[in-house]
Ligand binder design. Structure first.
Ligand code: NAP
Length: 528
């Protein structure tokens, strides 16, 4: 398929605006050949109006048909074949293996949501039957289930051109919930975005979904995104990216006449707490594993371990020495874009220049264009406690090791941290019982607690929590990974004393879909 650079507005493509931009090949350090037309004000309005119209029909389409749509998107993405992989690598600098893996993850997510819809119980049908003879007052029949909230705007992330972008977790979960989606395409991978958008539109047409269930708008600046968030037809926002971007959109959405939720997944440095026994015998092994985890994907993961906390001593000194050796032995890799690379170098320098920060190792070899030079630094616990700048995210292969005086200071340092996506504990399982305050302090800061592992690598499954207290996310009650992500795009509606034959099918006595329901306090799939 030829990349057209056009905007996808429902079933039609459009180029009203003469303003164009190109994506960039960070490995070759040259612009890519494809140019993209920025969406115009009229195109934005048209996409929103179509989405509003489409919602009226789409929300009523049965779950099994929406599941067909999602499965068809996965198949169409697969059908894009090597072209998708080639454009992905040219726009991101990421290797082919990563592109193939991420495509698999994207298709897997779409199929997981399809299975959720086919099974059907996700709507949380809850029924409290009438008790006409209850004393002193009779009780009416009350039934509740989840309903979609309306058109959603999705801002794809730079660091996952497939799995957190055009047909990524936000889009898949919103479409599964019954919400039309308008994607504000990420300007760093607009070609990958267009290919995936074409697959979604093809799938929508093939499976008979309403025109406007999906649109994809190009933009290389913040205006298109701002207009989408401010459009009264948009009822929710999904975002992955910087704290600055996420908070700007959150503020904008909150100031609308009708405020709407912004589910933004933003910054995290993913603290790793090393308990005293962890380094006694296993220090070299952990150093090797953490060097790889810090370097994975050029450090451009939201779960990158940017902060390692431990108590001072010879075991820690030896671990730091090995971490430095292991990370120096690894090859640097290309970052997503010159802007991300320049930002990494700037943030790294600024953090390294803070009082009491000492270098362990920095890659000073000749590297290719836009390659990330990995760095590890140390600081003592007292200096860390004094300076909140030391917990800023440096997006790339950078980590700071904090030498604490003792386990009391370790607990103080954890208590001072901002909210995080993950927190990891390394040690012996008996130490989890021996240091309950440390475990509790860490638990209160994170969305996912790991024991003896590395935080990079996020499984897509119903029990995953990918979201944590601010600033990791704007709302720690929700996840952006796994099938539970659907709960961001729904709201409960209760029917009181409603005629049985006019109830949504999931709430009828017969339970024709045989879903699990909470009926008079009992989880069951039986009829009433
Ligand atoms: P970003 O700059 O936050 O941008 C993400 C998306 O939001 C882009 O489409 C961007 O549009 C849009 N946007 C940003 N600010 C906006 C605003 N004020 N109003 C409207 N739209 C806005 O993130 P990024 O491009 O993915 O990466 C940049 C930096 O974000 C990285 O260097 C890193 O520090 C951080 N990041 C963190 C994570 C994480 O998971 N923790 C993930 C990715 C990135 P335009 O680009 O068109 O302006």
């Amino acid at each position: 398929m030829k990349i057209s650079g056009r905007n996808y507005i429902g079933y039609r493509t459009s180029t009203q605006n003469s303003k164009t931009f190109n994506t960039f090949n960070p490995k070759l350090n040259t612009p890519n050949p494809w140019s993209f037309n920025e969406a115009s004000d009229e195109e934005i309005d048209e996409a929103c109006s179509l989405a509003e119209q489409a919602f009226l029909e789409y929300k009523l389409i049965p779950g099994v048909r929406k599941a067909e749509f999602l499965r068809s998107i996965a198949n169409e993405i697969e059908g894009l074949g090597v072209e998708l992989i080639s454009v992905y690598t040219q726009e991101s600098g990421l290797p082919e293996g990563r592109a193939i893996g991420e495509r698999g993850r994207t298709m897997g997510q779409l199929r997981a949501f399809a299975s959720l819809l086919e099974e059907g119980s996700w709507v949380e049908a809850t029924i409290d039957t009438a008790q006409p003879n209850r004393e002193p007052q009779p009780k009416v029949d009350i039934r509740k289930k989840l309903f979609p909230i309306g058109p959603i705007t999705v801002f794809g992330s730079s660091n996952f051109p497939l799995a957190f972008s055009t047909a990524g977790g936000d889009t898949a979960s919103a479409l599964a919930a019954g919400c039309p989606v308008i994607v504000k395409s990420h300007p760093m991978h607009a070609g990958t975005g267009e290919l995936v958008a074409s697959a979604i539109v093809k799938a929508a047409e093939k499976t008979g979904m309403p025109n406007g269930v999906f649109s994809n708008l190009n933009s290389s600046g913040i205006e298109v995104g701002e207009q989408l968030v401010l459009n009264p037809k948009i009822k929710g926002v999904g975002f992955t990216g910087s704290i600055k971007g996420g908070m700007a959109l959150h503020k904008l959405a909150g100031e609308r006449q009708e405020p709407i939720p912004v589910f933004a997944e933003m910054g995290s440095i993913n603290p790793v707490v090393v308990l005293p026994s962890a380094l006694l015998e296993n220090g070299e092994n952990w150093a090797k594993q953490y060097a790889s985890s810090i370097m994975l994907g050029a450090g451009q993961f939201c779960t990158n371990p940017g902060l390692i906390l431990a108590t001072k001593g010879t075991s820690l000194d030896s671990f730091i020495k090995h971490l430095g050796k292991e990370i120096s032995a690894l090859e640097s890799s290309c970052m997503l874009h010159p802007n991300i690379h320049d930002n990494y170098e700037k943030e790294k320098k600024e953090l390294s220049g803070q009082g009491g920060v000492n270098m362990v190792v920095e890659n000073e070899k000749n590297v290719g264009p836009n390659h990330a030079r990995q760095k590890v630094v140390t600081v003592n616990g007292s200096n860390f406690l004094k300076n909140s700048k030391l917990q800023r995210e440096v997006f790339g292969p950078f980590s700071i090791v904090v030498r604490c005086e003792d386990t009391n200071q370790l607990e103080q340092v954890i208590s001072k941290l901002d909210g995080q996506l993950t927190g990891t504990l390394l040690g012996d399982s008996t130490e989890l019982e021996k240091y309950p305050k440390i475990v509790q302090a860490l638990q209160s800061k994170v969305g996912r607690l790991l024991f003896n592992g590395v935080p990079t690598g996020v499984e897509v499954c119903p029990s995953m929590q990918h979201g944590g207290p601010f600033p990791a996310s704007t709302d720690s009650r929700f996840t952006s990974v796994g099938t539970a992500a659907i709960r961001r795009w729904v709201r409960p509606i209760t029917y009181q004393n409603w005629p049985e034959h006019l109830l949504p099918v999931e709430l009828r006595d017969e339970n024709p879909l045989e879903i699990m329901r909470l009926v008079d306090g009992e989880h069951t799939n039986r009829k009433i």
